[in-house]
Design a protein around this ligand. Structure first.
Ligand code: FAD
Ligand code: NAP
Ligand code: SF4
Length: 677
């Protein structure tokens, strides 16, 4: 039934699957949390999934669980292969059901992406992103693997799951059988398309036969491989139709293999950039289709459904960022949603760093049993100096717990450096963080003092019980002869003071900010992330789907400036950027012909430009402007003075430590202090 009273009527419409109903059109997409293998993992996952069910998600899909040992993503990854394990999962399914939700377990066989030496694949071809070479599956192993998928599905049912999602995309085992890129077999499982698609069909048929008709089977179908020798559109349609006949309940959209050199979920990907693929499939099948990738607001989700592009919306990371996303949307409070900015910094990057997943904007994600903002037993008067992410996070949580908080900011707006980050093309999502912070402060009882630079004289002994120094950082100015030359600017001059920048630019320092400044100055005509067609052309995505994989020749855009980036270190430029996004920044800047010089010794700056030496060879980088992105120093000069007055002072964010500072650390540290104080 359509919920006519909601401003998102399509989003909050039930979906009748015949044997069961979903309460709305939202699926929480599968995410490996790192809790699957953790100590107390089941207790933590139970709390994590229960909160998302309480928040109103229609159907939750768990992180991928392997059907057998060879399918595990890495040694010790979770498997569903016996009744003892199924028993453990019951606490998760029970708590989701108690909260009125439904949950499906994803069955993921990682094939040649498995990070261990006993991986298998249709053919013995190493993936370009994995050092381990798989062995080719024997026919006996193929039948055994199909049986293992079915056993996993049955065990999931016994564990109380409402269904399973069979992972058939992103370049994992099933996808490897489907695509000629990875299936070079000459037996019944390779060659013609009929042969290549047998494996997914047999998996589905076996799972359906064993689980019965009243069990949800979602198939995650790769509708756009984005790799050479991927599937053709006609093949994908044929498979979708066969999957429907084989008993699949819902088809979820998979976009891009992990080895594809096209971004698919990074923040620079335009919102809902791949919905056209799901829409294209709609006329070919009659079972519900799910749209995915870079959908992070209820407005975007509603529009997709209203336009008839899909039957369901899958959002994954947005539920790390805010478990109550749907409750807020339903109550017409979407401006209170803590929006996922698609940075990957605390979720996907953590998986690749073998760390537990959490969220940059919500450090409680996956820490639901450990980090809670409970009412204080002792109300305190607290002054917070600085309204960047650290200061605001601290202020809003401490205030929510019952403390009386005064927040001081020297600028005329809150947000600190986020106001700079959000100006970079491809980082527009940071504006959502600013909106969320602004709304949180407005809705609180915090006394906000803008345009107020706190000095030592302002803070008298006895006025506040605690003082929180969240005054951030200042740019580091390196000691180079001629640094006072007027052509030298800092990143603040460029982004905040809007000092005009010439055609020839040298950037000293190539950390996150150096890369962002290079992106900002090399952008030709507005952000690509706000123009889906231009973005698709730039990366070579063919919406007409003429070739296999949906690829065409990419058309990179040129830079209006001649830019040289420099660093002293010998290692690859951008090595410290995010694991899952750093390559995109490097790739983009290289395609704009930005020069990257490493192992640089800075000699001096003159009217001509920057004089450097590399490997004993001197050279001059002619430049109209030299921009300093050479790191930052803590702006903590008030700390000792306040301490000396006998005040109780705490430092957070950049004021505490400038080295390797980012918003993730600033927010997490501030939330933890605010939860305890
Ligand atoms: P700040 O954000 O610097 O805030 C400090 C605040 O204190 C400021 O508003 C300042 O005006 C105020 N203040 C200072 N002194 C006083 C005083 N005496 N009285 C009153 N107010 C005072 N991080 C990421 O995680 N991911 C990214 O992609 C990312 N991109 C970035 C891109 C750019 C271009 C920049 C510049 C930064 C980026 N960062 C990113 C870094 C991130 O923004 C910072 O790590 C974060 O803002 C630090 O938070 P903070 O609250 O400690 O400090
Ligand atoms: P950074 O990552 O520490 O980089 C500083 C750069 O300056 C390095 O390239 C360093 O390289 C150089 N440098 C350091 N001292 C120098 C000196 N004395 N003289 C000349 N060069 C010097 O810091 P940042 O770029 O200022 O970024 C600040 C923080 O914001 C980062 O820690 C980052 O996490 C965060 N941020 C993140 C993103 C993101 O996309 N995730 C984007 C922007 C910012 P050499 O020492 O080799 O010369
Ligand atoms: Fe989204 Fe970033 Fe949080 Fe991941 S860490 S869920 S990408 S906001």
């Amino acid at each position: 039934m359509k919920n006519k009273h909601s401003i998102y009527p399509n989003l909050f419409t039930e979906l009748d699957l015949g044997f069961t109903k979903l309460r709305n059109r939202v699926i929480m997409g599968s995410m490996h949390l790192g809790l699957e293998e953790a100590k107390d993992g089941f207790t933590k996952m139970t709390a994590f999934y229960r909160e998302r069910a309480e928040g109103g998600v229609g159907l939750i899909v768990t992180g991928g669980i392997a059907p057998n040992r060879r399918g595990m993503g890495a040694p010790k990854f979770a498997r569903m292969n016996n009744k003892r394990t199924a028993e453990k999962h019951k606490m998760i399914t029970q708590s989701v059901h108690d909260a009125g939700g439904k949950i499906a377990m994803q069955i993921l066989h990682t094939g040649r992406y498995a990070y261990h030496p006993f991986s298998v694949a249709p053919s013995a071809l190493k993936a370009p992103i994995n050092p381990f070479k798989p062995s080719a599956m024997s026919e006996r192993k193929i039948f055994k693997t199909i049986a293992d998928f079915a056993t996993s599905a049955v065990l999931a049912r016994e564990a109380g799951y409402d269904g399973v999602e069979i992972m058939g995309s992103e370049g994992y085992l099933i996808n490897e059988f489907i695509a000629p890129r990875t299936n070079k077999r000459t037996d019944n499982w390779g060659g013609s398309y009929e042969n290549r698609m047998q494996f997914p069909l047999e998996v589905v048929k076996a799972a359906r036969a064993k689980t019965g008709d009243d069990f949800i089977i979602i198939f995650r179908l790769s509708m756009l491989d984005l790799v050479q020798k991927g599937s053709e559109w006609q093949e994908i349609v044929q498979l979708a139709q066969e999957l429907e006949k084989a008993g699949v309940t819902i088809i979820n959209t998979g976009i891009g293999w992990h080895e594809a050199r096209i971004p698919t979920i990074a923040t620079s990907v335009p919102r809902a950039a791949f919905t056209w693929v799901t829409e294209k499939m709609r006329e070919h099948v009659s079972i519900p289709l799910v749209a995915t990738n870079r959908i992070n607001t209820p407005e975007v989700a509603e529009k997709i459904l209203a336009n008839g592009q899909a039957d369901l919306i899958s959002m994954a990371r947005p539920f790390l960022a805010d478990p109550y996303f749907l409750t807020k949307a339903k109550d017409n409070r979407s401006d209170e949603i803590n929006t996922c900015i698609a940075c990957n910094q605390a979720c996907l990057d953590h998986i690749f760093e073998r760390k537990q997943v959490t969220c940059l904007v919500n450090p409680r994600a996956c820490y639901e049993t450990e980090l809670n903002y409970l009412p204080t037993k002792k109300k305190k008067k607290i002054a917070v100096i600085g309204a960047g992410p650290a200061g605001i996070t601290f202020a809003t949580i401490a205030n929510q717990r019952g403390h009386e908080v005064a927040l001081f900011e020297k600028e005329d707006k809150i947000g600190g450096q986020l106001n700079l980050a959000s100006q970079i093309a491809g980082k527009e999502e940071f504006k959502e963080m600013l909106r969320y912070f602004q709304k949180s402060v407005t809705d609180s009882t915090i006394t906000l003092h803008l345009n107020t630079e706190v000095t030592i004289e302002d803070l008298h002994t006895g006025k506040y019980d605690e003082i929180i120094l969240a005054s951030g950082v200042v740019p580091r100015v390196p000691q180079i002869e001629g640094i006072e030359n007027p052509k030298v600017l800092t990143y603040l001059d460029v982004l905040k003071n809007k000092v005009p920048v010439g055609k020839k630019v040298a950037i000293i320092g190539a950390g996150g900010i150096g890369f962002d400044i290079a992106t900002y100055l090399s952008e030709k005509s507005g952000s690509l992330s706000l123009d889906e067609d231009r973005w698709a052309k730039r990366w070579g995505i063919d919406k007409e789907y003429k070739a296999r994989g949906g690829l065409e020749k990419a058309t990179p855009e040129s830079s209006p400036r001649q830019i040289t980036m420099l660093q002293r270190k010998k290692k690859k430029m951008g090595a410290g950027l995010g694991k899952t996004t750093g390559w995109i920044h490097r790739f983009e800047l290289k395609s704009r012909k930005v020069k990257m010089l490493i192992n640089v010794n800075y000699e001096r700056i003159s009217d001509q430009g920057l004089h450097i030496e590399i490997d004993d060879k001197k050279q001059i980088i002619e430049a109209d402007n030299i921009i300093l992105c050479s790191g930052q120093l803590s702006n903590d000069s008030l700390f000792n003075a306040l301490k000396n007055k006998g005040l109780s002072v705490h430092k957070i964010g950049g004021a505490d430590l400038a080295v390797e500072l980012d918003a993730k650390r600033a927010i997490a540290q501030s939330a933890r202090l605010a939860a305890e104080i």
